[in-house]
Write a protein that binds this ligand. Structure first.
Ligand code: OGA
Ligand code: NI
Length: 347
């Protein structure tokens, strides 16, 4: 009997009433959805309105505190218009609703390719699949990558480029604030990132018949500097807080920001890159759009010298970001972060 293999999950799931075996997690590694807390307000919501005014000192302090105790925060009054956000979500939904043959024009399994549609996390290395399709785009500098992006839906390039410029604006403002909150100059992190990089994923999580058996994305930390996440109105993101998974329910027109591994390194562990995951549900598809702000591949990353002294030796070696990034994709998503491989082991 000829079996038709569908590369994308979206095309595989129609009418399916059981999760295929390769998506089922071992019993010790399942979402345990009934144990998850859903505390609104568990993750701080920071108002960025006055960030460039007389109240800057207090807002920077608030950001620093959130980075230290949560590794996650939400932001409002961030300056990105509702129209830009609506267009980004709309065009993403339209993309994933295109006919299979149209979407597959962008399909590629190689994690180093700068524009590609794929599924799960890394189909070349993983043992268990995740309940997700995703379109991944490099987006800084825009003019280097835009011509690789999908041409369908027709407004895709324009809507996404507009969103990318806005997301970059927030990332840069937050990096200045984070730099200041660490007692480094406002420009320190900016300069540490070399020519800078910006990637984006458009995550598409189809409804799942047995959401207790699988993950949209299993627990992981992000390998980049900071992540600015836009999610639609369907819950799914969970963050590890004091050993418990906490749901971060969507607040329309806000962004969720999290510290990535490179801030943990630059800050010499003052700020921690926190584990998070995405779960799925049986009713509704979900779209989430993380912007991964990152160093350029050649940037050398290590703990800031100002944060090192006799009592605080460097906890990490200095490495090229490309080395870290490669490791992240090779190793697959596990709750043990890649950071362990870059520890400074001098006595
Ligand atoms: C990610 C991620 C969370 C989500 O793509 O790295 O953590 O809610 N996504 O989709
Ligand atoms: Ni993530």
């Amino acid at each position: 009997m000829a079996t038709t293999t569908k590369p994308l999950l979206s095309d595989l799931v129609a009418g399916m009433c059981r999760v295929p075996p390769n998506y089922i997690r071992p019993t010790s590694d399942r979402p345990n959805l009934h144990e998850v807390e859903s505390l609104d307000g568990a993750i701080p919501l920071i108002d960025l309105q006055g960030l460039n005014g007389p109240n800057r000192f207090n807002i920077v302090k608030e950001i620093g505190l959130a980075c230290k105790s949560y590794g996650f925060f939400q932001v409002k009054n961030h300056g990105v218009s509702e129209a830009v956000i609506d267009n980004m979500l709309r065009v993403s939904r339209e993309f994933f609703h295109l006919p299979e043959s149209e979407r597959l024009k962008n399909y590629c399994d190689d994690p180093m390719k700068t524009t590609r549609l794929s599924t799960s996390f890394n189909v070349n290395t993983e043992n268990v699949a995740s309940w997700r399709d995703y379109l991944r785009l490099h987006c800084h500098p825009l003019e280097d990558y835009m011509q690789e992006w999908p041409l369908n839906p027709p407004s895709f390039r324009e809507d996404v480029a507009e969103y990318c410029k806005n997301a970059r604006g927030i990332a840069l403002r937050l990096l200045e604030a984070i730099s200041e909150s660490l007692g480094l100059g406002k420009e320190y992190i900016d300069r540490a990132l070399g020519k800078h990089g910006q990637h984006m994923a458009i995550n598409y999580y189809p409804p799942c018949p047995q959401p207790d058996l699988t993950f949209g994305l299993p627990g992981h930390t992000d390998p980049n500097v900071i992540t600015i996440l836009l999610q639609d109105e369907i819950p799914g993101l969970q963050v590890l807080k004091d050993g418990k998974w906490v749901a971060v329910n969507p607040i329309p027109y806000t962004f969720i920001v999290n510290i990535g591994d490179q801030i943990q390194v630059l800050s010499n562990d003052h700020y921690k890159s926190v584990l998070h995951r995405a779960v799925v549900n049986c009713e509704q598809e979900r779209i989430s759009i993380p912007t991964f702000y990152c160093p350029s591949p050649d940037a050398m990353i290590g703990p800031a010298p100002q944060l090192i002294d006799v009592d605080h030796p460097p906890n990490y070696k200095t490495f090229a970001y490309s080395e870290y990034y490669q490791k992240f994709w090779d190793r697959g998503l596990t709750t043990q972060t890649c950071l362990d491989a870059f520890k400074d082991s001098r006595p």
